[in-house]
Design a protein around this ligand. Structure first.
Ligand SMILES: O=P(O)(O)OC[C@H]1O[C@H](OP(=O)(O)OP(=O)(O)O)[C@H](O)[C@@H]1O
Ligand SMILES: Nc1ncnc2[nH]cnc12
Length: 237
């Protein structure tokens, strides 16, 4: 490992510790990591960097269960059960930490393009795209100015309202592997339209992933549309 790689590892470990500290005392963080509370304080406050071996232990020790629990702790529900996900989708460093765990845990093929729907899926898509060294694309509910050709996917919802997403045609090529991601899946209508866009481009779907599944309808709908793995990190009833 060269000097720059070591520094990246050390800083990634500090990010992991800082994220875990948000919902814990130093003593609780010490119990979780097995490291002394005083050392953890110095790392989190940026006074000292952990050594590379210790940094690696911190990163590898924070697996699926810890991050899934961290995600659950950040989900806020209002009185009617709607999800306030702003503690998640506005936290790009947290999503950057999730990306490798998600990528390893769900068996998604390495994508050429990570595709989401504007707006709230964008930060997750950016984190996943960076991890996979893939392009990041988002379909929008309106046509972007100056773009001439769009792939268009439309559905009439149960309410009678039509939902349409547009993606510039140039973004996806036939044969690209696409990973569809979103912050939340509920009815699955949004992901269905993203899968329609992928099909329209003759792209291959490598997986469908949502941070949060509200109910099971959305996951079922996505699974009916693709043979690729479909999953969510947090399942709400
Ligand atoms: O499974 P579904 O029933 O389709 O719901 C999930 C979608 O709803 C939310 O987006 P929304 O349409 O609210 O747009 P936003 O991201 O701009 O808030 C969320 O970000 C998903 O894209
Ligand atoms: N924030 C949210 N909570 C629950 N269902 C949703 N569908 C779209 N946005 C939602």
């Amino acid at each position: 490992m060269n000097r720059a790689e070591k520094a990246a590892l050390q800083l990634q470990a500090v990010s992991v510790l800082g994220m875990l500290k948000e919902t814990r005392t130093y003593d609780e963080l010490a119990d979780l990591t097995g490291l002394p509370a005083g050392d953890l304080n110095r790392y989190v406050n940026g006074h000292v960097l952990p050594g590379t071996e210790r940094a690696r232990e911190v990163i590898e020790g924070v697996g699926y269960e810890t991050l899934a629990a961290e995600l659950d702790a950040r989900i806020e529900l209002d009185g009617e059960g709607y999800v306030d996900n702003s503690g998640i989708v506005f936290d790009q460093p947290f999503l950057d930490l999730l990306a490798p765990v998600v990528a390893e845990s769900f068996g998604f093929d390495r994508p050429d393009v990570v595709l989401t729907a504007a707006t709230d899926g964008i930060t997750l898509a950016a984190a996943m795209a960076r991890y996979f060294d893939a392009r990041c694309a988002y379909a929008k509910k309106s046509k972007e100015t100056a773009v001439e050709e769009f792939i268009e996917a439309r559905d009439r919802l149960d309410s009678g309202i039509e939902l349409t997403y547009y993606l510039p045609t140039s973004v996806l090529s036939a044969g690209d592997t696409v990973l569809v991601v979103d912050d939340l899946i509920r009815s699955g209508e949004t992901q269905e339209l993203l899968l329609d866009i992928a099909a329209e481009s003759d792209a291959r779907v490598g997986g469908v992933f949502a941070l949060i599944a509200a109910g099971e309808e959305g996951i079922d709908r996505a699974e009916a549309k693709t043979d690729a793995p479909v999953g969510a990190l947090s399942q709400l009833d």
